[in-house]
Ligand binder design. Structure first.
Ligand code: BTN
Length: 250
C-alpha cells in the first residue's frame, strides 16, 4: 500500500514506451498533471541517460520511472538541491530494500561498493528565475541478472541481497522516500540535504585518482558547491569541477 500524500498517487503505467522521461515531458506540453504523477514502463525501448547516454534495462525486471514535480519554490540556481534530495531518496530506498550500504557517486549515480545500481536523469523547465516543472527519471536495477558487457560496473538489488523484488512494492518504497526528501526540500532544509548528501558521497574524504582529459589528478573529495561542482583537495589546493570535467578512476 502506497502511504504517500501525493508522490505516486497518480500513476500512469505503460507496458512499453520509448522513454518515460520523454513521455512525461510531452505530457507536460499538453496538460498539467498533478504533482507527484509517476510514469512507469514495463519496457523502455530508448531509455535516456545523462550526457546523451542511453539507459538499457531488461523489460519487466527493473524500475524505469519518471516523476513529475513542480518545484517552483526553487530558484534555477538552486536546482542541485533537487538532485541531492532525489539521490538521497534512491539511496535510502536501496538500503531499506537490501539492508546494505549504498553511496552517491557524484553527481547522482547510486553505487553499491564500486558498482552502479541506479541512475537519475532530472530534466527541469526553467521559467524566469525559477523551476516551473521537473521530470525526475530513475532507472533502478532490480532483478536483472545479466548486463550488456560494455557497461563498466552494473549491479542489481537482487544480486546484492539474493532476493527477488516485487517491482510494485519497490516502486512504492521509492515513492515514499522521494516524498520524504521532497518535503525536506519544500521546507527549505538545504543544510540538512547538503550534509546528508555530502557524507553519502562515494569515496568521500578518501584519496583517489581522477581523470581530467589525459591528466591524472590524485585528490580527496571534500563536498560539493551549492551549484553542484565537485570540491577536490589535491596537493594542498582546492579544485572545483563541473560535471564531466573530471572522471572517477574506478
Ligand atoms: C544515468 O545514469 O545516465 C541516468 C539514467 C536514467 C534512466 C531513467 S530510466 C527512467 C527515465 N527514463 C529515461 O529515459 N531515463 C530515465
Amino acid at each position: 500500500m502506497l502511504g504517500t500524500l501525493f508522490i505516486g498517487q497518480n500513476h500512469i503505467s505503460l507496458a512499453s514506451v520509448d522513454s518515460t522521461n520523454t513521455f512525461a515531458k510531452e505530457l507536460l506540453t499538453k496538460e498539467h498533471p498533478p504533482e507527484g504523477t509517476i510514469i512507469s514502463a514495463t519496457t523502455q525501448l530508448k531509455g535516456r541517460g545523462q550526457a546523451g547516454n542511453t539507459w538499457a534495462a531488461e523489460g519487466g525486471k527493473n524500475l524505469t520511472v519518471s516523476y513529475i514535480l513542480y518545484p517552483n519554490f526553487l530558484e534555477a540556481a538552486q536546482q542541485f538541491y533537487l538532485n541531492m534530495a532525489i539521490s538521497l531518496a534512491v539511496k535510502d530506498c536501496c538500503e531499506e530494500q537490501t539492508g546494505g550500504e549504498f553511496s552517491i557517486k557524484w553527481p547522482n549515480d547510486i553505487y553499491y561498493g564500486d558498482r552502479k545500481v541506479a541512475g537519475i536523469l532530472i530534466e527541469n523547465t526553467i521559467s524566469g528565475s525559477s523551476i516551473a516543472s521537473s521530470v525526475v527519471g530513475i532507472g533502478l536495477n532490480a532483478n536483472q541478472e545479466e548486463f550488456d558487457e560494455n557497461l563498466p560496473n552494473p549491479v542489481a538489488l537482487a544480486e546484492i541481497s539474493k532476493l527477488d523484488f516485487d517491482l510494485n512494492k519497490l516502486r512504492d518504497s521509492l515513492s515514499t522516500y522521494i516524498e520524504k526528501y521532497y518535503l525536506q526540500l519544500r521546507q527549505k532544509h538545504y543544510n540538512f540535504l547538503d550534509k546528508a548528501y555530502t557524507v553519502s558521497l562515494y569515496r568521500y574524504q578518501q584519496t583517489h585518482e581522477f581523470k581530467k582529459g589525459t591528466a591524472i589528478i590524485k585528490g580527496e573529495i571534500n563536498g560539493v558547491t551549492k551549484e553542484g561542482k565537485l570540491i577536490l583537495h589535491s596537493q594542498g589546493k582546492e579544485h572545483r569541477f563541473a560535471f564531466k570535467e573530471v572522471e572517477f578512476v574506478i
